[in-house]
Design a protein around this ligand. Sequence first.
Ligand code: CIZ
Ligand code: SF4
Length: 365
Amino acid sequence: MSAFALPLEDYALLPDDDCDRLIVAAKQRLGSRCVILGHHYQRDEVFRHADFTGDSLKLSRLAAQSEASYIVFCGVHFMAEVADILSRPEQIAILPDLAAGCSMADMANLVNVERCWQELATVVDVESTVTPVTYINSAADLKAFCGNHGGIVCTSSNARKILEWSFARRRKVLFFPDQHLGRNTGYRMGIPLEQMAVWDYTRPMGGLTEEQIEKARILLWKGFCSVHQMFRPEHIDRFKAEYPETLVIAHPEAAFEVCEKADYIGSTESILATVKAAPPNTRWLVATELNLVNRLHQECKADGKHVHFMSPTVCMCSTMFRTDPQHLAWILENLAEGRVVNRIEVPEVVARPARQALDAMLSVV
Ligand code: CIZ
Ligand code: SF4
């Protein structure tokens, strides 16, 4: 029986080493017809097979430029959607495990964002006053919502420029789904905390008064990342009590109090670039996903740099972790036989306005 006919369950029992060999062989057979994109938060056993690695911004650009027929996205669902939206119609985006979602992205959906928009419209003229900005960590229909309402997408690499773009057009921003990225970015642009109000999507009018809505320059959706919320300012204090020379770098999805204590704040790409460019023998405490931090530590230790994970408890992104060598082997062997599994396809009625919001972002940065 040819390997591609094996059901997924049979791959689940294969040891990683066997999957590794199957992945390498299938990749060879596929050649330039297939490109594998690997997000920084992927585990090593998957990451090592990626043709390109990066954050979602870099990878979405690469997806748009790719000539491959198959774009295999080792990341989470919204990233494969972006790859599908930005690639040519004949290209096929694939997510190795369909259950690889993002708990933060799931905190906003079209129903509660539309309700929010309608509720805001009872207080302000939304279309002329509020720019909807969605973090790339969101479903395609929310990107489409932004495209349909003069809004835009941002990532953690470009959030500041995107907010500047937004404020150049309208007085207020509705930022979803991550309150922390919105708050940390807004604050560093000079917007005081009192002018940022949290929109609690479980409550009528977001739990805000008309006065609070009128006063707010940024309405922050009450979403968060379960991985980045684990980092606490006490972790920094405790670590620095032992190693006072430590430099701290935090992802902007981390809480405001953590970012306040950090020497640097940056996206995954910026964390990697900053620590790699730092002088030898420096010590770093990093607030982002564990796989990235462990890899950075390995890469930097030859320079005598020490790279530590901020939290005392292990916090990997459990949804990124779902993509394992077994799923990758399964989809690649099928592709090598011409069989597409786990295609992510965004309907054109959603993809068109979502593309508009993504293109707006790509033209800004
Ligand atoms: O935008 C991304 O890829 C994410 C999820 C984080 C980051 O900072 O790169
Ligand atoms: Fe989503 Fe957080 Fe995982 Fe990033 S680390 S994919 S925001 S759950």
